[in-house]
Design a protein around this ligand. Structure first.
Ligand code: GLC
Length: 478
């Protein structure tokens, strides 16, 4: 190459490099600022700060959900108004007869505590729109029923007195509010029969016509007013469960960002669920809420900035029998061992369990709910060390057949929950050689002798199953 043309070539290369560098810088700056713009100032928080805010919740693991409202009277599902397509006028009879004369929240709080639960989340308003608190912004509230008193304040006081934290559920959906636009789920939505499927579907033309008189902006303001009441009149609120978004009703309709901003301003420490339809952000929710399912593993979500799936805090809400509100004739109640193993499995996958009670119209817990709570309590009384402060066990600790593991990372203790007590006085832990310092049966603290065999450890167990529903072996690791 001619020296001159070679100089020219170097000059061109340098120039290209220079401009590429500038372009790269500009592009990075752009993407960073785009990402930053996505997180509003009021929502900025470091991962460590978030972890700290969620610390109590991650430690406590087990809470009580309470679904209570007018639907306790028909006693056939909290969606009864939708399921039976009841008009507001016809549904009014439940409002006129709402009188839970036996309501004693101190008793509820005691039962929750005895079951080992550490927090409560109560419906302050469900989809029917009826408010269990004395809101200034509606007449459709408990203080206007024959009962006549606010239900939420005494409940918050009673649960706090037992040392439990208090959370609120608030329905984004509201079938009573005149500005909540009609949609397919609304009990009063005009419907027509679909000629092909023979099913009733929304009569869009009629619904659109009626919706002209409904102003979702006014409903947004109503929610903000009520959320302000709930976040200011009842002391510290530890969890907020907003429910829920679906096609046509999402962050735009709710003004989710505005709502969350308000919530964070009034209760900065609060932990908020993921049903505001802000799931494509990092800041729009604190935990995810798989409902009435057992996730196959620790829940993950796509990190919007890296595109990678990462583990997220999660809380599964579960019912005793299928419906959330009191359902008199439901027979599909889970057994006590099923519920205990549900709790263990959730914690063993790094999650929380929010277990629901649907109180009756008289204000009491149904006998079947009492039975399950007592069963959980009997187990928790002697085994709760395998739940509080625990999480998923490290991958290198293999799970023996017919067991569930949890692990306390602070104490380095592994908990082996034995679902089928072995008949052969032994349990083999594969690959545990050199890992174990001491082992005992948790419910009575009795030593479990063990010996190492090749790479494994063989625990020597009593023939008789220990006197607890699901026995736990507490293994102190080296
Ligand atoms: C669903 C149901 C509702 C229940 C909730 C609990 O969203 O609509 O009835 O309150 O789940 O997570």
């Amino acid at each position: 190459m001619h020296p001159e043309s070679s100089n020219h070539f170097i000059f061109i290369m340098k120039k290209t490099l220079f401009y590429s560098l500038i372009m790269a810088c500009l592009l990075t700056a752009n993407t960073i600022s785009a990402q930053e713009r996505k997180t509003p100032d009021w929502a900025k928080e470091s991962p460590e700060e978030k972890e700290k805010r969620l610390e109590w919740w991650t430690n406590d693991r087990f809470g009580m959900f309470i679904h209570w409202g007018l639907y306790a009277l028909p006693a056939r599902h909290e969606w009864v108004q939708h399921n039976e397509r009841t008009s507001s006028a016809d549904y009014r009879k439940y409002f006129e007869h709402f009188n839970p004369d036996l309501y004693n929240p101190a008793e509820w709080a005691k039962k929750a505590k005895e079951a080992g639960m550490k927090y409560v989340v109560i419906t302050t308003k469900h989809h029917e729109g009826f408010c269990l608190f004395d809101s200034k912004y509606t007449d459709y509230k408990v203080t206007n029923t024959p009962y006549g008193k606010d239900l939420i304040k005494p409940l918050a006081d009673a649960f706090r007195a037992e040392g439990l934290r208090v959370g609120f559920y608030y329905s984004l959906i509201d079938w009573n509010h005149p500005d909540f636009t009609l949609d397919n789920m609304h009990p009063e939505c005009p419907k027509v029969k679909n000629s092909r499927s023979d099913k009733f579907v929304m009569d869009t033309i009629a619904a659109n016509e009626l919706n002209k008189k409904r102003d979702i902006k006014k409903y947004q303001q109503y929610m903000k007013n009520q959320i302000t009441e709930l976040m200011t009149n009842y002391g510290q609120i530890d969890e907020l469960f907003l429910d829920f978004s679906y096609g046509g009703k999402g962050h735009k309709e709710w003004d989710s960002e505005g709502l969350l901003k308000l919530i964070r301003k009034l209760q900065p420490q609060i932990i908020v669920d993921d049903r505001l339809d802000l799931n494509n952000t990092k800041w729009g929710y604190d935990f995810v809420t798989p409902e009435q399912v057992m996730p196959s593993k620790w829940e993950t979500r796509k990190d919007p900035s890296t595109g990678e799936y990462v583990r997220v805090p999660w809380e599964t809400c579960q019912t005793f029998s299928g419906s959330w509100g009191y359902y008199r004739d439901e027979t599909s109640w889970k057994s006590i061992p099923q519920l205990i193993s549900m709790l263990i499995e959730v914690v063993g996958k790094g999650g929380n369990l929010l277990l629901n009670v649907g109180p009756t119209a008289r204000g009491t817990f149904d006998y079947r709910a009492n039975d399950r709570l007592q069963g959980l309590g009997r187990w928790m009384e002697v085994n709760s060390r395998s739940i509080y402060g625990c999480t998923q066990a490290p991958d290198e600790l293999k799970r023996p057949a017919n067991t569930l593991l949890t692990y306390n990372p602070k104490t380095r203790i592994l908990y082996i929950h034995v679902l089928n007590w072995p008949t052969f006085k032994a349990l083999t832990l594969e690959g545990y050689k050199g890992k174990i310092k001491y082992a005992q049966i948790l419910n009575d603290g009795s030593e479990v002798l063990f010996r190492e065999r090749n790479e494994n450890v063989e625990l020597s167990l009593p023939l008789a199953k220990p006197d607890t529903e699901i026995p736990v072996i507490e293994v102190f690791l080296n």
